[in-house]
Design a protein around this ligand. Structure first.
Ligand SMILES: Nc1ncnc2c1ncn2[C@@H]1O[C@H](COP(=O)(O)OP(=O)(O)OP(=O)(O)O)[C@@H](O)[C@H]1O
Ligand SMILES: [Mg+2]
Length: 336
C-alpha cells in the first residue's frame, strides 16, 4: 500500500489555450480506491499518466509514499505500478499464460514458481487456469481479456494500481461483474488504486474517495457520502445526483440512523449494511425496527422514523455548511 500525493500539479500541452490539468492537489489514501470522475476532456487521463511518468507535469509534484516521482527512474517506476486501460493491450501472438508471464518481476523465476504465480493470478481474477492458460487473446471475450489485463497488472504485486476506464467498453452486466471482482480482489490484496471513470454509478460503487474534475480543475474531493451530502457546487450536485434521495439511502450506513434499542426490534441487521436494504425491510415489515448488530453485540436499532430523521439531518447539515458555497437556503433539498 502507498499514498499518492498530488501537489499543485499542472500540465500544459504545447499550443493548448488552457492547461489540461490545472493546479490540482489532493492525496489518495493508502489502500483506498480513488475515483477520478469527470466529463470528457476534463484531464483525467492526463492526471493518471503523470503518476507513472508517461507524461511529466509542467509544474508541481507527485509523491508516492512521500518520494517525488521525478526522483525515480521512469522505467523502474512504471514496473512498480500496475496500469490497466480500456484497450487491454494484450500481445495477440502470446498465450494468456505468456501474456501474464511477461511481467519482469516474474521473469527469471523457476518454471514451477512462474506457473504457480500465473495460476494464482488467473484464479484471482476469476479465470480457471486449466481452461484459459493456453488460449490466445482472440479466443477470449472482451470481459475475459480485461480480466487478463488486470491479472497482468497485479503480477508485479504493485502497491499502486492505475486504471483508465478499464471497463468502459464492456456491456452493463459484464461491467458490473468485473466491478464486483475488483472489489473482491481489493479485499484480499489491498492496493492504492486510482481509477478513471466518467460513470457516476461506477464512481459510487467502487470509490472510497471521489475526485471530481472539470476543465482540468479539481472541483471537489471527498467520500461518496460527502459529495452527496455537501456538493461544493451546482455542477457537482447535478453530477452526483445529490438530490436523489434513493442514492442517499444507498450510500449511508445503517449506523447513521441509529436510535436506542427498544422492544420493537423484531429482526437484526449487520452494522455495515446500508440504509436502503434496511428501509426496504422496514417497509416490508410495515413498521417495527431492526436491531443493528456488530460482532453479536446490539448497537441500537433503526426504524422508519430514525431513517427519515437521519437523512433530514444530513440535508440540514449540508445546507448549513453550504453557506460558504453560496447556495441559497431555499434551494436546500426538502424531504417529505
Ligand atoms: N498529447 C496531447 N497533446 C495536446 N493536447 C492533449 C494531449 N492529450 C490530451 N490533450 C488535451 O488535454 C485535455 C485533457 O485530456 P485528457 O485525455 O486528460 O481528458 P480525459 O478527462 O481523460 O477525457 P476522456 O474522458 O475523453 O478520456 C483535452 O482537452 C485534450 O484535448
Ligand atoms: Mg481519458
Amino acid at each position: 500500500m502507498a499514498t499518492i500525493e498530488f501537489v499543485d500539479v499542472t500540465k500544459e500541452y504545447p499550443n493548448a489555450k488552457t492547461p489540461a490539468v490545472d493546479n490540482v492537489s489532493f492525496t489518495v489514501h493508502e489502500g483506498a480506491i480513488c475515483m477520478l470522475l469527470g466529463t470528457s476532456g476534463s484531464g483525467k487521463t492526463t492526471l493518471l499518466r503523470m503518476v507513472n511518468r508517461l507524461i511529466d507535469p509542467t509544474s508541481g509534484e507527485i509523491r508516492i509514499d512521500g518520494v517525488p516521482t521525478t526522483q525515480q527512474d521512469p522505467i523502474a517506476l512504471r514496473r512498480s505500478i500496475g496500469y490497466v486501460i480500456q484497450q487491454v493491450g494484450l500481445f495477440p501472438h502470446l498465450s494468456i499464460e505468456d501474456n501474464v508471464r511477461v511481467v519482469p518481476s516474474i521473469l527469471g523465476k523457476s518454471a514451477a514458481e512462474t506457473r504457480d504465480r500465473v495460476d494464482e493470478l488467473l484464479h484471482l481474477v476469476g479465470l480457471e487456469p486449466a481452461e484459459y492458460r493456453k488460449r490466445y487473446p482472440r479466443q477470449l471475450s472482451g470481459g475475459q481479456q480485461q480480466r487478463v489485463g488486470l491479472a497482468r497488472a497485479l503480477a508485479a504485486d504493485p502497491a499502486v494500481l492505475l486504471m483508465d476506464e478499464p471497463f468502459g467498453a464492456l456491456d452493463a452486466i459484464t461491467r458490473a461483474r468485473l466491478q464486483d471482482e475488483l472489489l473482491n480482489v481489493q479485499r484480499g490484496v489491498r492496493k492504492t488504486i486510482l481509477f478513471v471513470t466518467h460513470d457516476v454509478e461506477e464512481a459510487f460503487k467502487l470509490g472510497d474517495q471521489i475526485v471530481v474534475m472539470s476543465e482540468g480543475k479539481l472541483v471537489q474531493e471527498g467520500s461518496p457520502i460527502e459529495l452527496l451530502a455537501q456538493p461544493a457546487s451546482d455542477f457537482v450536485r447535478q453530477l452526483v445526483g445529490a438530490d436523489n434521495i434513493l442514492r442517499q439511502f444507498e450510500y449511508q450506513p445503517v449506523t447513521a440512523a441509529l436510535e436506542p434499542a427498544t422492544d420493537a426490534a423484531q429482526e437484526r441487521i449487520a452494522a455495515d449494511e446500508r440504509l436502503l436494504p434496511a428501509l426496504l425491510r422496514l417497509i416490508q415489515m410495515r413498521n417495527g425496527a431492526l436491531a443493528v448488530v456488530r460482532d453479536g453485540e446490539t448497537l441500537g436499532q433503526v426504524s422508519l422514523a430514525s431513517v427519515f430523521a437521519s437523512v433530514q439531518s444530513i440535508h440540514r447539515n449540508a445546507s448549513a455548511a453550504s453557506g460558504e458555497h453560496n447556495r441559497s437556503a431555499d434551494s436546500a433539498p426538502v424531504i417529505r
